[in-house]
Structures are given as C-alpha cells and as structure tokens.
Design a binder for this molecule. Structure first.
Ligand SMILES: [Zn+2]
Length: 151
C-alpha cells in the first residue's frame, strides 16, 4: 500500500504503514527540530520525496472548485492531493479542505489524530513493575503476571 503524508504527521508520533511518500513543499514546512527529526526518521524507513506532475495538479484544482475549497486550499495541499492521485495512495491528513477535495476524486484519506487517540488505549498492566502492555501473559521486563487492568 502507498501512503502520502501531510506535514502534520511529522508533528505527531503516528505510525504509518507501507511505502511512504511526501512532497518537496511539505519538506519546506518542516522547520522545527522535532518535525525535522521525525522526517529524518521516516527517511531512514524509506520515505520518498516526489513532486507531482502539472496535469494531476490541474485535476486537483478543478476538483477543489467542485467541492468549493478552491479559496482555502494551499499549494502544498494541491501537491499532496496530486501525488496521492498519481500514486493511487491513501493520504494521511487531518485537514478538512483536503478531505473534501479527496472525496470528490475518490482519494482515500486517513485521519492522523483519531488513529493516534485509539492507539493509546492500554488494557493490560504488569502486577510487578506496573508497565502497560497490549497483551496478557508474563512481563518481559520483570517476569510477573500481566493482567487486564480493571477500570
Ligand atoms: Zn513487569
């Protein structure tokens, strides 16, 4: 599966699967240490930076007029959508205007913060050291039993 990443993913710890891509315009928005660090980390995991072609950018502009988002969508947004269109990729974004335009063209979008929130649901806890796990069994750290946490 191909995934195209919006700049907000570099400000989160959201894990992404498959072959990952972003655009040079997104890279230009990553100016602080944290997002640059996440960018380097994802590059080490195979992140590719690609510019979309002019024709797919025109398709996105037309779709943005259809969804009435032409006034709010940025050049970076257009690049991301155009790249997702070209690669038939899922687009990771929390931006509503991008999601609207994507819907017009049948581009799949994956919300970043919703995914992140779901991941932080810990259900199991070690009786010995108190660490949290996502399964029961024996604690790999201290050897005590991991039990489902009672709420
Ligand atoms: Zn333990």
């Amino acid at each position: 599966m191909h995934s195209v990443l919006d700049s907000s993913i570099f400000f989160s710890e959201c894990p992404v699967a498959g072959e990952i891509f972003t655009t040079p315009s997104v890279c230009g928005e990553l100016v602080d240490i944290r997002s640059r660090g996440n960018f380097e980390k994802l590059c080490a995991n195979g992140l590719q930076v690609i510019s979309p072609g002019g024709q797919s950018r025109e398709t996105i502009r037309a779709a943005a007029i259809t969804s009435r988002d032409a006034g709010v969508i940025s050049e970076t947004d257009i690049d991301l959508l155009a790249l997702a269109l070209e690669l038939e990729a899922a687009l990771y974004t929390d931006d509503f205007a991008i999601q609207n335009v994507a819907a017009v063209l049948g581009i799949r979008t994956v919300p970043i913060h919703q995914r992140k929130a779901r991941r932080v649901h810990w259900k199991y806890r070690c009786r010995g050291c108190g660490r949290y796990f996502n399964h029961d069994g024996e604690c790999p750290v201290c050897g005590s039993a991991i039990k489902r946490k009672l709420k």
